[in-house]
Design a protein around this ligand. Structure first.
Ligand code: ATP
Ligand code: FE2
Length: 327
């Protein structure tokens, strides 16, 4: 059985996954850049990736119990992402391809999030709610492309949570810390609920929550209220996307999918309309190499092969720029 080795380096996580052509995940090693204060500085992230890359690669091989001889193809997460971080992955993939004479494929990181979700949950043709740091999108496959039916017009949900957390001194990443504090409150403070058609906006609620924090509102109440407001907005547009497209499944994907309250709200909405709700488990919902390896398998089996000279990064590629040739 063939194997693909996937390299992830678009943002905070450096990851290496090894996945078989029939979808068995043999390894999913990673190391995440974190800070206790402040956000992500692209050059610091790149330095982190340089420091950990060899160790993460070795860890993946030892967990999978395989060697270079067993690998058929290397997949790189080539878009979108922070240019300095993407360059670390690009150089590494080229080096490894030349040293071990393996073909390359270039994967869109966002599409890889969707593909690993399908693999892990068995969803067939879902509406995807993709919520990560920078991204908040409602996506579905239509006419050979992943179409974005609705999205945030300003901040991504994760970035909004991270910014709020940073401003109130919780450190990075903020999402999990906000989730914990939110569990300690059930006191809802009204924040701007902003849905326009299929799009959402988070900037207003962030500004308002920060102002209320300065005025002395408790962290717990504000974390709770931010979650309740933002998640209800997403439930509303997810439901509308399912109604418009006639799709009967919702798949929650991206780093924020780790949030239990968000899952619970979407699950209730889906069961009320007789739809299936799937959430991708923690290990596969955030950034990691296994998703890149699996998307690499799909593209390789559909005929993609690149030489190191043909491999490049596209920091700003959108999901609907990509022609879906592997389905
Ligand atoms: P992308 O993959 O779109 O480039 P990304 O690199 O930011 O985005 P992810 O790992 O998918 O990557 O998402 C990270 C985000 O998820 C961060 O903003 C983080 O705060 C958020 N997050 C992680 N766990 C939770 C949680 N339990 N609740 C809310 N947010 C969370
Ligand atoms: Fe991601």
């Amino acid at each position: 059985m063939g194997l693909c080795l996937g390299i992830e380096s678009t943002a905070h996580t450096f990851g290496v996954g090894i996945v078989s052509f029939d979808g068995r995940i043999l390894a999913n090693s990673k190391d995440q850049f974190t800070t206790t204060k402040g956000g992500m500085v692209p050059n610091d992230v790149a330095r982190h990736h340089e420091e950990v890359k060899e160790r993460v690669l070795m860890d993946a091989f030892s967990r999978a119990g395989v060697s270079w001889e067993d690998i058929d193809v290397i997949a790189l997460s080539a878009s979108p992402g922070l240019p300095p971080a993407l360059h670390v992955g690009l150089r590494f993939a080229k080096e490894l391809s030349r040293a071990h004479k393996k073909p390359l494929v270039a994967v869109n990181h966002s599409i890889a999030h969707l593909a690993i979700g399908d693999l892990i949950t068995g969803a067939k043709d879902p509406v995807y709610l993709y919520v990560s740091g920078p991204n908040t999108q409602i996506i579905g496959l239509a006419g050979g492309k992943y179409r974005v039916f609705g999205e945030t017009v300003d901040l991504g949900l994760g970035n909004m949570l991270d910014k709020f957390a940073r401003e109130i001194g919780l450190g990075f990443p903020g999402g999990p810390k906000i989730e914990k504090l939110a569990m300690k409150s059930s006191n809802y403070i009204e924040l701007p609920y902003s849905v326009k058609g299929m799009d959402v906006s988070f900037a207003g609620m962030l500004t308002k929550a920060l102002r209320l924090f300065e005025q002395g509102c408790s962290k717990e109440d504000l974390c709770y209220s931010l979650q309740e407001t933002a998640f209800a907005m997403l439930a509303e547009i997810s439901e509308r996307a399912m109604a418009h497209t006639g799709k009967g499944e919702l798949l929650l994907i991206g780093g924020v999918a780790a949030n239990k309250r968000l899952c619970a709200m979407l699950d209730v909405m889906c069961s009320e309309r007789g739809a299936k709700f799937y959430a991708v488990p923690l290990e596969y919902s955030g950034d990691q190499g296994a998703m890149i390896a699996w998307q690499g398998v799909l593209q390789y089996l559909a005929g993609e092969r690149r030489s190191p000279e043909e491999l490049d990064i596209s920091p700003y590629e959108r999901i609907d720029d990509v022609e879906v040739f592997w389905k």
